[in-house]
Design a protein around this ligand. Structure first.
Ligand code: GAL
Length: 360
């Protein structure tokens, strides 16, 4: 195992951005940077033992600031949408940043966790795995949210190539919180920019509908819909249909109820996780299983991708990659029918997502 620390570039205001690469003996390597506690690349051996970089990213930090899309970033304080940029907590009304069309809050507001430079620390876990810890303090009132929040995001890579991301946070007032990673995956290699033929399993019996402003509505059973991914299916089978829930966002952009149907595992002996998603490429043979303890998984098929160049000048294409964003349901602060996303002095935030790689 080894960790390499490197200067990644400068922002226009002169601040320097640092990247860290962790390499496991089996070949898997991951590069993360302190801007947005972002995953910049993820190299995984394919069926021929050749490394494929399976996440989109940019060559310079400034492109991450300039371009929309939250590419690879840690998203917070609240990943996903909050309707009308408003919620009530303990009888008090909160107006938060309406950074999407001036109507609602998306992914934490105008300057969310993805655009902050985090403090960082590289080291090893007790068990010998490499890890990079990122820290950020979000102040009371940031983007309108209540309470100071100390956030820690830990990327951990074990010798057998298992990648874990842990999110821990402590707030001194009650506040909504949902932290996630917004990587765009393509298991053919990110440069291929087409996910329609990749095979997807989503272990969920229900998904949440959205209205024409992408605000969540009620739960729907996946049975007899294109969103039934309980058995492995080509992603394209859901993308190219006239199903009303596909027509609204122009693809998949929905939250799935991660209800445990995919089976469970105890991670590091005491953290219960469920298998939420499996994605596989026939071309490279790469398989990725995602385990999480988050109640919901936003699956976003890159419907707004395009108009930018990724690493090495690769042109971004619509539906060129797919995001799996474990977290809380959209608009949870304004709903009572979903798990609570309210954390505070009596309820610290803790969530873990584990990515496992194999070839088939
Ligand atoms: C996703 C969201 C999409 C889109 C995207 C960023 O998490 O579900 O609707 O906003 O982020 O381009």
């Amino acid at each position: 195992m080894s960790i390499e620390k490197k200067y990644f570039g400068k922002l226009s205001d002169g601040r320097e951005v640092t990247a860290f690469t962790m390499k496991a003996e089996c070949g898997v390597s991951v590069t993360v940077m302190d801007l947005g506690a972002t995953m910049v690349s993820l190299n995984v051996p394919d069926k021929n033992g050749e490394l494929k970089d399976i996440v989109c990213g940019y060559d310079s930090p400034e492109e991450y600031i300039k371009n929309d899309g939250y590419t690879g970033a840690t998203v917070g304080r609240y990943a996903n949408r909050i309707d009308k940029g408003h919620f009530t907590l303990d009888g008090k009304d909160y107006e938060i940043s309406k950074n999407e069309d001036g109507k609602r809050t998306l992914h934490g507001g105008f300057c969310g966790f993805d655009k902050k430079i985090w403090r960082s620390e590289a080291g090893q876990c007790g068990c010998g795995a490499d890890r990079i810890k990122f820290y950020y303090t979000s102040e009371d009132g940031e983007e309108g949210f209540p309470g100071n929040v100390d956030v820690t995001v830990v990327y951990r890579l074990s010798a057998d190539g298992e990648l874990a991301i842990r999110y821990l946070a402590e707030a001194d007032k009650m506040t909504p919180m949902a932290l996630t990673n917004h990587s765009y995956f393509n298991l053919d290699g990110y440069e291929k920019q087409d996910i329609s033929r990749q095979l997807l399993t989503i272990n969920a019996n229900r998904f949440m509908g959205i209205d024409d402003e992408s605000i969540s509505t009620e739960f729907y059973d996946v049975q007899d819909t294109p969103f039934d991914f309980r058995k492995e299916k080509q992603i394209g089978k859901a993308l190219f249909t006239n199903y009303e829930h596909v027509m609204i966002p122009g693809g998949i952009d929905h939250s799935f109820d991660i209800d445990g149907t995919g089976g469970k595992m105890l991670w590091k002996h005491d953290i219960p996780l469920v298998k939420s998603v499996t994605i596989r490429s026939k071309e490279t043979g790469i398989v990725m299983d995602i385990y999480t303890d988050a109640p919901a998984m936003q699956v976003y098929s890159g419907n707004h991708m395009g108009g930018v160049k990724y690493k090495g000048g690769v042109e971004a294409k619509k539906q060129g990659a797919i995001c799996f964003e474990p977290g809380y349901f959209p608009n949870s602060p304004n709903r009572t029918d979903v798990p609570s996303c309210i954390f505070g002095p009596d309820r610290p935030y803790s969530s873990t997502t584990v990515y496992k790689f194999s070839v088939k």
